[in-house]
Write a protein that binds this ligand. Sequence first.
Ligand SMILES: NC(=O)c1ccc[n+]([C@@H]2O[C@H](COP(=O)([O-])OP(=O)(O)OC[C@H]3O[C@@H](n4cnc5c(N)ncnc54)[C@H](OP(=O)(O)O)[C@@H]3O)[C@@H](O)[C@H]2O)c1
Length: 299
Amino acid sequence: MRVLLTGRDGQLGHECQLACPAGVDLTAVGRQECDLSDPAAAAAVVHAYRPNLVLHTAAWTAVDDAENQEAAATMVNGEAVRALAAAAREVGARMIGVSTDYVFSGEGTEPWQEDDAVAPLNAYGRSKLAGEIALAEELPGAGCMVRTSWVYGRRGHNFVHTMLKLMLAGRELQVVEDQQGCPTWAGGLAEALWALASWPTNQAFAPLMHYTDGGICSWFGFAQAIREEALGLGLGVAESSVLPCTSEAYPTPAKRPSWSPLAFSEGWAMVDKEQVPWQVALRTALPHLAAEAQASRPN
Ligand SMILES: NC(=O)c1ccc[n+]([C@@H]2O[C@H](COP(=O)([O-])OP(=O)(O)OC[C@H]3O[C@@H](n4cnc5c(N)ncnc54)[C@H](OP(=O)(O)O)[C@@H]3O)[C@@H](O)[C@H]2O)c1
């Protein structure tokens, strides 16, 4: 299987390279080789490489910056997805993309199902929704968008790295308690995407699947667990403390959904992928992230 991976230098793209199964002929491209702000140029990369599968992890992920640059974010997250998907169709490839809980309103009480009504609260969510629609329209049956949430990998910017750095600096942290969701270890998500890549070619992809680690917590609960795990690993976080606060106390340009949990799709059973409780995933992941956080700790 020839696979073209976008987002080579992103946290999920990095984990996808680490988790790449033997026998896959993988080419990973970054912004330099495949700039999504130029959708036609990005499509040309697919035509040049002629993969069997496009694994598309690159995206405009700067949620707050998207608020006043929505057209640019939509070019990357919407129009480039359409161009990549059309090119994939033209070369006979399938495509797996990655989307977000931010397509939902956040006004819920049960985990979101794939076919629940979407109503993004911010420009990033709208741009990612444009990508979902584009993939479904351009590659029916051969395109699958995997929605996920609260992703953290060993590389790049994410909540776990931020918390670890602040905790290692002995800071008292205030973390929002009124947003609930599902943390997701990027290493597990990468394995899931590769499992999906093995979906039988004579069977249609579901257009949408949800993948997160299992269970629900608030950002505050997540931060508390990170601190507990870091203490257990003997990292120097004992001087830090974690206190709850509200979203109002921590205003951001983009509004965040207060209820984000995604219901784990039944389709994962088809590729033998089980959901892992988020606490178990965190325990698996933390030593990898801690190694990176300690390496970048100022002396
Ligand atoms: N992180 C989360 O919590 C989260 C939650 C839900 C869904 N998702 C989705 O999961 C996927 C992976 O996200 P991630 O967490 O791995 O994000 P990430 O670490 O921010 O990586 C995104 C990658 O996209 C690349 N990129 C951005 N703009 C580009 C452009 N114009 N042309 C080419 N490449 C560009 C970046 O390149 P540079 O390295 O050059 O900047 C970066 O390597 C995305 O589709 C994201 O929307 C993420």
